[in-house]
Design a protein around this ligand. Sequence first.
Ligand code: UDP
Ligand code: MG
Length: 329
Amino acid sequence: MEVVRKKAPVLYLVIPCYNEEEILEGSMDILSDKIKRLIDKEVIDPLSKVVCVDDGSRDRTWDIILQGSKKDDVFRGLKFSRNYGHQNAILAGMLESRRNADCVVTIDADLQQDIEALDDFIAKYMEGCDVVYGVRNNRDTDGAAKKLTALAFYKLMNNLGAKTIPNSADYRLLSKKALNTLAEYPESNMFLRGLIPTMGFRSDIVYFDVKDRTGGQSKYTLKKMINLALDGITSMSIRPLELIMIAGGFFCLLALVIFITAIIDWARGNVVQGWTTMVALICLIGGMNLITTGVVGLYVGKAYIEAKKRPRYIIDMMIWDGSDDTEKD
Ligand code: UDP
Ligand code: MG
């Protein structure tokens, strides 16, 4: 492919970190080494950096970032005032970096995603892509439960109208242009995997291998996963509301049919029977009603949160441009 961009880009790597004290030091060494190798090969600009976003960790994560940045100028750091979640951590990293960077790649702190794929990401960027998605070759490292839930989630998402690139997570490159566009999306409920494909731009895919977590445990608890799935669906699609209307119509029709048969039975002089069916139907329709109210309530609730326009995250401390541990005001 033809190279469109001539100058080696300033690359900022964004790393969301939540209680990662077991592995962060090791990961930072590997990332710093990788950045330096890319600089030596003149693939990226010498001003390239690694931005660690501490998502309100309660362990030594911030100390590790602080120490790392004192030893090695390649590191930048952001510290959230509390845990705002993975999506907000990468969002903050990307938005802060876009002032200095030509392109940003987001990657998890546990480095389960193969960092050697960075060369391919940059190559695609040089070819003129503004968005490059990392797509995993395998799911061998995930347990059966995670595999199944992930698969079900992507199937459901696609059926509900929120298109995502299959098997792509948040290992992704965005150019400055794409980042500036992303910054114009004001919504609090952001699901980057679904949102970024809707922005358009020239995009491509890079395949990478997935490895085991070297230490610590997955920070994505079941609760966080369910929340991500719900946010994904409710932020990208109103399909559930339409489905409810269809279900409502179906039950109205059913009721009509039952009503007509009841009248025919009565006209024929049959004794009124079918108490059980009656009660069962009442329960069914009552249940449907509750679910419906719940789903509508979910969307109303989301609209309420969006209407308040609260900040998506609050940065407590920053290590940026030589100054360390700056209080952000
Ligand atoms: N993470 C985060 N905030 C959270 C949960 C996770 O910033 O509330 C980060 C975590 O530190 C890691 C990345 O998100 O860098 C992915 O998390 P993890 O590896 O635990 O998820 P998994 O690989 O099991 O999906
Ligand atoms: Mg992981």
